[in-house]
Design a protein around this ligand. Structure first.
Ligand code: HMG
Ligand code: MG
Length: 309
């Protein structure tokens, strides 16, 4: 069976923009439930300025506790610069992700750097991470549309992705930050990127603002991509990108993939448990497009098992 690999980014992308203050204990519990559901890889936090994103101020504590509690889980942490890398490394992070946007304005709003500086800082951070023996991901954000500059041409996406590859990124994550992409353009862009970089170097990260996240993931899958970001319950959104809704929900992606013959290694009933936990922490209803059906289906399954026992 063909296999896809999902990185759940809910503890980072999902929790970076919440009005509720989520405790480190609850973040650890969310990661634990994702691991129990069989999620192979989790982006647990970000080492960014606590003034910019107060929700991630406990990054070092969380990484240390996740490493102690779940030593075999593959985890990563977003770092915007060398200071973030230094903090992540000191805390014991084994994989980091840099974040470079394909437009000048998005870099300025997100990390207070122009495009050239953001590119150079991302390159230096990747090179240093490699020197330290860490695995690396490089986001190329606003790879389809920018909330400030509109439609983004393919050329900078290709150019910046190649720069990240040359700086040694182990994976380049093509991100639709505000969920504005549609399957047709995902297919053509991912074909070009696959031709340039090879499918194995690529991952995709879709936000689901317009309900096209799963369709976009399918288009990327057909272009050969096998690494996907998603967020349990569909929580997510960049605080510096107006109009960014939650990520493609992990449960929607798993349902689509498994029903189409792709193994994920993830148990959907376990994911529902993680969604329920996130709901209890955030105090509101969560879930992707399939959540109502999934809940009915797994409630019936549980009832059938009880009756059979
Ligand atoms: P700045 O103010 O330009 O930084 O912020 P600076 O270098 O001038 O330093 C200012 C202060 O911040 C100094 O402290 C530094 O030490 C400190 P002070 O002297 O004032 O006490 N500082 C740091 N502290 C902790 N960790 C660090 C760090 N770096 C500097 N790493 C900076 C620049 C990048 C730090 C800031 O703009 C920032 O932290 N931005 C965060 C951006 C962010 O988290 N965005 C959301 C994640 S990206 C996203 O969601 C998109 C994604 O999901 C993909 C997609 O969907 O497209 C990944
Ligand atoms: Mg995102």
């Amino acid at each position: 069976m063909d296999r896809i690999v999902i990185t759940d980014v809910s503890p980072r992308d999902g929790l970076q923009n919440q009005a509720v203050n989520v405790s480190t204990d609850d973040k650890l519990e969310l990661v634990r439930r994702l691991a129990t559901a069989g999620v192979p890889s989790v982006e647990v936090t970000s080492f960014v300025s606590p003034k910019a994103v107060p929700q991630m101020a406990d990054a070092a504590d969380l990484v240390q506790r996740v490493n102690a509690a779940l030593p075999t889980l593959q985890t990563s942490a977003l770092v915007p610069n060398l200071k973030g890398l230094e903090r992540a490394h000191a805390a014991g992070a084994r994989e980091i992700a840099v974040v470079l946007s394909a437009t000048r304005t998005m870099n300025e709003r997100n990390i207070n750097m122009d495009l050239d500086e953001a590119t150079a800082v991302s390159e230096r951070t990747l090179l240093e991470a490699r020197r330290l023996g860490l695995r690396t991901r490089a986001y190329v954000a606003v790879a389809f549309e920018c909330p400030f500059e509109g439609k983004v041409p393919l050329e900078p996406v290709l150019r910046l992705s190649a720069r990240m590859r040359d700086a040694g990124a182990d994976r380049i994550v093509i991100a639709d930050t505000i969920g504005a992409a549609a399957p047709g353009e995902v297919k053509t862009r991912m074909h070009e990127l696959v031709a340039l970089l090879g499918a194995d170097l690529l991952a995709v990260h879709f936000h689901d603002t317009r309900g096209l996240g799963a369709a976009n993931a399918w288009a990327a899958l057909e272009a050969g991509v096998r690494h996907f970001d998603a967020s349990v319950g569909g929580i997510g959104g960049c605080p510096f990108a107006p109009g960014a809704a939650g990520n493609l929900a992990t449960e929607d992606l798993v349902l689509m993939a498994e029903r189409s013959g792709f193994a994920t290694g993830i148990d959907l009933a376990g994911l529902l448990d993680a969604v329920a936990f996130a709901e209890s922490v955030l105090g509101r209803q969560l879930g992707g497009r399939s959540i109502a059906w999934l809940r009915r289906h797994y409630a019936k399954e549980a009832e059938r098992k009880r009756e059979a026992a």
